[in-house]
Design a protein around this ligand. Structure first.
Ligand code: XMP
Ligand code: MG
Length: 182
């Protein structure tokens, strides 16, 4: 068991849980993309930790690229406004694209991104979300093809996920104490 950080209320995923998720999702992607040489795109900055792990769990040839979008600022609620801060360096026309994301919440960020990337005519485009938030009575705006696991509708940090740029380096995923941001 990981030691509880003073700002963390509860640990949702221990390091071993994360390892198991990465292995399973990596095997699913390997099976589906064996001869497709996918371009795996991570959305900065939250997805970098999952990207670093998942790319090594995918056992077929691939290339990687990064994008940065901003929809949250330092807050905890989706603004619905998505701004491209850094675009891809790679041409995606005719490529099989996989977008790696840290957490799918409302799905607004990714549905915008997918629409934008589809206009560049990739051969296919799918999403691998490390976490999907279960929001009562609501479905996310977009369906990820690959899901690490579902988490409750609470603000989570660690394994790349931040609050005000903190906690990304925690090796586990935990629920932030509301007292930290209230
Ligand atoms: P939407 O609502 O557009 O949001 O799917 C996706 C983006 O919002 C951020 N996000 C979080 N970041 N803990 C975080 O550290 C959370 O619990 C959380 N929920 C959403 C995240 O950047 C994601 O890309
Ligand atoms: Mg963030």
């Amino acid at each position: 068991m990981a030691e509880l950080h003073p700002d963390i209320q509860e640990i949702l995923l221990e390091e071993q849980d994360i390892k198991d998720i990465v292995k399973r999702v990596g095997a699913e992607i390997t099976r589906d993309y064996a001869d497709k040489n996918p371009l795996v795109i991570a959305v900065l900055r939250g997805a970098v930790v999952f990207m670093a792990d998942i790319m090594r769990a995918i056992k077929c040839p691939l290339s990687i690229d990064f994008m940065a979008v901003s929809s949250y600022g330092d807050g905890v609620k989706s603004s619905g406004v998505v701004r491209i801060v850094k675009d891809l360096d790679t041409k995606i026309e005719g490529r099989h694209v996989i977008i790696v994301e840290d957490v799918l919440d409302s799905g607004l960020t990714l549905s915008y991104l997918v629409r934008m990337l589809k206009s560049r005519n990739p051969a296919s485009i799918e999403i691998a979300a490390f976490l999907v938030k279960d929001i009562e009575g609501k479905r996310p705006a977009i369906d990820p093809c690959y899901v690490g696991t579902h988490v409750p509708d609470k603000f989570v940090v660690g394994y790349g996920l931040d609050y005000a740029e903190r906690y990304r380096n925690l090796p586990f995923v935990g629920v932030l104490k509301p007292s930290v941001y209230e």
